[in-house]
Design a protein around this ligand. Structure first.
Ligand code: PHE
Ligand code: ZN
Length: 902
């Protein structure tokens, strides 16, 4: 049975005026880490009985509670969180509470008097899943009941102490119509199931033996198809694996299942972590706010990160599926067995789990390419966040809406911090420290300090200063000045670190920065590192702890070229002020492949800046193209690396390097102009790549084929810039007969860069071919969002009216609107303000449908502080228009007010 979410939305809108969970007239107040207090009452056991109905689901909850010995508030009232649920009854130790014995407010229920000994509370509530367009709590997607409880969704299912330090054992009974919902799933292990005599309904009971916070609760019920497999753990236990999808998608789960088994194997091998339940289930749904969710034993996924076959999924999709499955699976230990004490500690589970999934991909694929891709992502998402009004530390000190803190800073910078601890402590100690963390905190809700303490204890290192990475916002800028004294055979490296003030943090502390280092001799080989005061370095690493520091290397027999922050050992901005000749040398010779790529990026950025300022020197471009030629013509170099070398820093990176008063049209023109020049100089070499990278057999998503195709597509994108007519012809020749989605979208991505009739025809063709497939409609929306040229915003506005666009499906919004705001900077920042207008309008519309999605979209304005004054004021006007709206969610209020006030 299919519930139409759009139809349900009318109902929700009528209820919006009640102001539940949203702002009315009062300004939302922040919550502070410094106010953390243990909860006065613990919940040891939860027995849930959920009677599913699309419009009125009844939830019976039986809580076994007791006063918390760790609480200083003996005798306090019991306060339960609850949102958008109707309370039917409250029974305390078997006695029904009378209206005077409790009170219910907008977002909570209070029972002033509860026993100061163990007691049982029984709660009956109802909720309306079909009307839930926020996709938090219990909702319906594709006709399937599903839940999303992180961060604070469980309170939309029943009254509860909905915070992660309340860990309970759950038993869940689900009851539903047998035909509508033959499949009934929850956390833990299946216990019993059966028909309910004399009715059309049936039930199932699930029992989770591991105590967990409420945000890890999950329930799914519907008419789902499934694929099954098994995994035998390292101690020989057999785990039943299931992937559940909307019917008809069963043949698109094989890659996800393989990825799951790889993940399970890897966590055993690399971290000694074994899976702990009898079953592990994954469900894919089409409506989901985020990528996926690690609910204990029952991960719920956005279906774009599960479903794959060669006709519908690109290489990037395959890689994403693999790593997101791994990420959610790894949460079983980093997040679930050990969870977070409070939401300020979010990066304890997220940073660490991203780090773990990065390592997984590095071990499975190419470590060097993975590192480059992760840094690209960090620069595209986290650096801009750190460089504007939304900057916050990986562990924030306060928030208004926790959903706004699932950010690149918490996730990606959080992972960088874990990586730096690995670098500082070394492989072995790091692994031992992880073992200690698992042993010491299993079953607990932990803090960042407790994690770092394990690292410090095992390694014997003082990490006191290091913790500042968690508490301080902003990207450090490190300047390096090298000097070679040929007579003394000495190389002196003077370093300085500096962090710009960020909102609420004017004073910055110096950080403990591990810097991978190499001194490269004229022959291209690394020279020995003999550091004054230390001696020969056995690890090529120096550590900066002071604002200013000088390192002297002795026995340097020839003038070296400096290769610093190798492997991107620290998430900093490095200014090494190398000459063009030295950068070209590093592009050709750095033994650290990350820094080899990085030298190309630095030089490319410099050339783009020159072009922007009208000071480009033809000789420099020729030299740069020459260095690229050497790399792409070298048969010993990996195709994936070649592809990465051929991509210039993004427009937003160039804008950030300009720093202020940016004209985004000129940035676009400068970067494209440079790409055109490079493409013309490399025309022959790109043509040769084109000849040799065509598909020869059936599509395979293995690393070598993926690398070959990424080089092919990168070459195509450049060729379109170099010789339009020939480029378009090649793109169309690739697109028309394509039998895999990578080739199809690769050709279209090349076409959408230029304003030409062929691209419109090709986009139409794509829709005609694939309009019936929801995930491909999303790709089509995204390609449209990226289309360059005038009137980009008008195209977006038009597409929001397209019958295939749905405001209630986050993937559609992310593809079209976030894809435009983030992937089309020239269009979004159009001088006439049209881009800002269409996005602001969308934020206002979305806020009453799904405020989490609206907040996410609102972050698109985070870099406006870099722009020239006319753009800034056009953006400001739109932000003010949003703030003036009569009903605004806490989330959008928090994001927009920060940006408008900057
Ligand atoms: N915890 C999820 C993850 O990173 C992300 C998520 C957050 C999903 C909030 C839904 C809601 O794996
Ligand atoms: Zn996560």
């Amino acid at each position: 049975m299919l519930f139409d979410i759009d139809a349900a939305h009318g109902f929700y809108a009528l209820n919006a005026h009640t102001g539940i969970a949203r702002m009315t007239t009062e300004t939302p107040q922040p919550i502070h880490l410094s106010d953390y207090k243990p909860v006065p009452y613990l919940i040891d056991r939860v027995d849930l009985d959920v009677r599913l109905d699309p419009r009125e689901t009844e939830v019976r909850s039986r809580l076994s509670m007791r006063p918390n010995p760790a609480s200083a508030e003996g005798g306090a009232a019991l306060v339960l969180d609850g949102e958008r649920i109707q309370l039917r009854s409250l029974v305390l130790d078997g006695v029904a509470l009378q209206p005077g014995q409790y009170h219910v407010e907008k977002e909570k229920a209070t029972i002033p008097n509860v026993p100061q000994a163990p007691f049982t509370l029984e709660i009956v509530t109802t909720c309306n899943p079909a009307a839930n367009t926020e996709l938090s709590g219990l909702y319906v997607s594709g006709g399937v009941f599903c839940t999303q409880c992180e961060a604070e969704g469980f309170r939309r299912i029943t009254y509860f102490c909905d915070r992660p330090d309340v860990m309970a054992r759950y038993t869940v009974r689900i009851e539903a119509d047998r035909e509508q919902a033959p499949v009934l799933l929850s956390n833990g292990n299946p216990r019993e199931a059966g028909a309910i005599g004399g009715t059309t309904r049936h039930y199932a009971v699930w029992d989770d033996p591991f105590p967990k916070p409420s945000y890890l609760f999950a329930l799914v019920a519907g008419d789902l198809g499934a694929v099954h497999d098994t995994f035998t753990t390292m101690s020989g236990r057999e785990v039943a694996l299931g992937i559940y999808v909307l019917k008809g998608n069963e043949d698109r789960c094989a890659w996800a299942m393989e990825s799951l088994k790889e993940s399970m194997r890897w966590d055993e091998r690399r971290f000694g972590r074994e899976y702990d339940l009898e079953v592990f289930n994954i469900v894919a749904v089409p409506d989901f706010n985020m990528g996926a969710m690690e609910n204990k034993g029952l991960n719920v996924f956005n279906d774009k990160y599960i479903l794959a076959n060669p006709e519908t999924a690109t290489d990037a999709d395959y890689v994403n599926i693999e790593s997101i499955i791994a990420h959610e699976y790894f949460h079983n230990w980093t997040g679930n067995r050990i969870t977070c004490r409070d939401w300020f500690q979010l990066c304890l589970k997220e940073g660490l789990t991203v780090f773990r999934d990065q390592e997984f991909t590095s071990d499975l694929r190419s470590r060097a390419m993975k590192r480059i891709n992760d840094v690209k992502l960090l620069r595209a998402r986290q650096f801009p966040e750190d460089n504007g009004p939304l900057a916050h530390p990986p562990r924030p000190g306060s928030y208004i809406e926790i959903n706004n803190f699932y950010t690149p800073t918490v996730y990606e910078k959080g992972a960088e911090i874990c990586r730096m601890m690995l670098t500082l402590t070394g492989e072995q100690a790091f692994r031992k420290a992880m073992d200690l963390y698992f042993a010491r905190h299993d079953g607990e809700a932990a803090t960042v300090e407790q994690f770092v303490r394990c690292m410090a204890e095992v390694s014997g290192r003082d990490l006191t200063q290091f913790v500042t990475w968690y508490t301080q916002a902003g990207t450090p800028r490190v300047t390096a000045e090298g000097h070679y004294d040929a007579a003394k055979k000495q190389y002196t490296l003077a370093l300085e670190q500096h962090v710009k003030p960020t909102p609420g943090q004017d004073q910055k502390q110096p950080l403990h920065i591990p810097l991978g280092i190499g001194l490269i001799g004229p022959d291209g080989a690394d020279m020995p590192l003999d550091l004054a005061g230390v001696g020969a370095l056995n690890t090529p690493l120096i550590e900066m702890t002071e604002p200013r520091q000088t390192f002297r290397f002795g026995n340097v027999t020839a003038r070296p070229v400096l290769s610093l922050n190798r492997g991107f050992s620290a998430p900093i901005m490095l200014e090494a002020s190398l000459s063009t000749a030295d950068e070209l040398f590093l592009m050709g010779h750095d033994g650290d492949s990350f820094n080899r790529w990085e030298a190309g990026q630095r030089l490319g950025r410099k050339l783009a800046l020159d072009a922007y300022h009208g000071t480009a020197a033809a000789a420099d471009i020729t030299a740069y193209a020459g260095a690229l030629r050497k790399i792409i013509d070298d048969p010993a170099v990996d195709d994936a690396f070649k592809a990465l070398m051929l991509v210039l820093p993004s427009e937003s990176e160039i804008a950030a390097a300009i720093g202020s008063d940016v004209d985004t049209d000129r940035v676009h023109a400068a970067r494209d102009g440079l790409r055109t020049a490079i493409a013309r100089q490399l025309a022959e070499d790109l043509g040769a790549i084109w000849q040799r990278t065509g598909e020869t057999g059936p599509y395979r998503p293995d690393p070598a084929s993926t690398a070959r195709r990424s080089l092919r597509q990168t070459a195509l994108a450049l060729m379109v810039m170099g010789d339009r007519a020939q480029g378009i012809a090649r793109a169309l020749a690739e697109f028309e007969p394509a039998h895999n989605m990578s080739a199809e979208t690769g050709a279209l991505s090349a076409l959408v860069q230029i304003d030409c009739p062929e691209r419109e025809a090709a986009l139409d063709r794509f829709h005609a071919r694939h309009g019936h497939e929801h995930l491909l409609v999303d790709k089509w929306l995204l390609l449209n969002a990226q289309a360059q040229g005038p009137n980009a915003a008008a195209r977006i506005a038009r597409l929001t009216e397209h019958p295939d666009f749905r405001w209630t499906t986050p993937n559609k919004v992310y593809a079209l609107l976030s894809g435009f705001a983030g992937g089309n900077p020239a269009g979004f920042n159009a001088a006439d303000g049209s881009g800002y207008r269409v996005i602001a309008g969308a934020i206002l519309k979305l806020d009453s449908i799904n405020p989490q999605v609206a907040s996410r979209l609102a972050t698109a304005f985070r870099s406006c502080n870099l722009l020239n004054s006319s753009r800034k004021s056009a953006a400001r006007a739109e932000l003010d228009r949003i703030l003036a709206a009569p009903l605004l969610s806490r989330g959008v209020f928090e994001i927009v007010s920060k940006m408008a006030g900057s």
